[in-house]
Design a protein around this ligand. Structure first.
Ligand code: KG4
Ligand code: ZN
Length: 331
């Protein structure tokens, strides 16, 4: 049996997971609430919280999977991209474990892992090739996945990520960080067509979200006091509707250009209920096969690191102890 212990610590979630022969047995996530009052992730605080969380989270993942360190076949960790201080905690921990237990080490790319989160559910996983719209707090990409290791980015944002568009517009509405899940919540009670915000005219498969933030800001500046409170649900529904429209327009174009009709979503924003519903509807309307990871595998989690590491293990793709994390990394 191939048993992977995986650690994710790229941003503000400390997570550990156990995967046995490609099946996720546990996935523990410690969310760092300390950043809420600062309106965004404070890197130094994130690193410190990772140091406090990592041992309990790894122990919880092992215990819940009924597993111990001796039975682990390899240790995996997120090597890039992310906040360097956060990545360092997970990387050093994983390297120390690998050294002391004399087990192989597997370095995983966080964005590859978001895409491969779609392979976790054995009963409903996409065949290769597939397209994946990866939408998170730091990235917005359309990925053409030819195999677990051949992932080509065919479109991406030229400025803000989709998650940033959610978080920054939420901030304009006075909502705490991260605002994405709150916009999702209030949008359920609102009218998506109540307000109209600018949609970018970007060519090909690229995205832009900075104009939306400015459009919402100028719109709000023109309103009288109390407007946001009175119209919060409609504002959230309209902002969410605009972001989803921008995303869907490009994924439809990607399907047209590639002829691939297996379409997945991944990343924190793929937890958005409006996007999940809209993709499912597109699937019905255009005869696509659509794949949406379970909520816990959308936002940052170690299960996606574990499944990616499992494929890397099968391909004998190991790292040695000289490997270091990097904040920015291409594929
Ligand atoms: O993938 P992720 O957990 O971390 C990164 O790698 O960035 O994504 C976090 C992003 C945040 O911007 C957060 O607001 C957004 O995902 N997010 C959502 C929802 N849940 C998380 N955005 C919209 N609706 C949601 N339900
Ligand atoms: Zn992520």
């Amino acid at each position: 049996m191939i048993t992977i212990l995986a650690i994710e610590s790229s941003c503000d979630e400390t997570s550990a997971s156990i995967c046995a022969d490609g099946k996720i047995l546990s996935n523990f996530i410690a969310n760092q609430t300390i950043h809420e009052k600062y309106g965004g992730v404070v890197p130094e605080l994130a690193s410190r919280a990772h140091m406090q969380n990592i041992v309990p989270v790894v122990n919880a993942a092992l215990a819940s999977a009924n597993c111990n360190l001796a039975s682990v076949s390899a240790i995996a960790f997120t090597q890039a991209p992310g906040l360097i201080g956060s990545l360092l905690v997970g990387a050093q921990f994983a390297k120390s474990l690998a050294l002391s237990l004399n087990k192989p080490l597997i370095a995983v790319h966080h964005m590859q892992a978001h895409v491969l989160a779609n392979l976790i559910d054995e009963s409903n996983k996409p065949e290769f090739p597939f397209l994946c719209l990866t939408v998170s707090g730091g990235h917005t990409q359309i990925v053409w996945a030819k195999s677990p290791f051949e992932l080509e980015v065919i479109g991406e944002t030229i400025d803000d990520a989709a998650g940033e568009a959610f978080d920054k517009t939420a901030k304009l509405l006075g909502l705490p960080y991260p605002g994405g899940p709150l916009i999702d919540k209030y949008a359920k009670e609102g009218n998506p067509l109540a307000f109209k915000f600018a949609e970018p005219q970007i060519t090909e498969l690229n995205f832009s979200f900075s104009g939306l933030k400015t459009s919402v800001l100028y719109f709000l500046q023109k309103q009288e006091a109390g407007f946001i409170n009175k119209n919060l649900n409609d504002l959230c529904a309209s902002i969410q509707h605009t972001i989803i429209n921008i995303l869907l327009k490009k994924i439809k174009l990607a399907v047209k250009q590639t002829g691939i009709k297996n379409v997945c979503i991944a990343g924190g924003v793929s937890a958005n209920s409006g996007l999940r519903n809209a993709l499912t509807e597109c699937g019905i309307q255009y005869n696509w096969k659509t794949f949406i990871p379970k909520f816990e595998y959308c936002t940052d989690n170690a299960a996606m690191i574990a499944i990616t590491a499992y494929y890397k293990y099968l391909a004998n793709d190991f790292s040695d102890l000289t490997i270091s994390p990097t904040a920015r990394a291409t594929w």
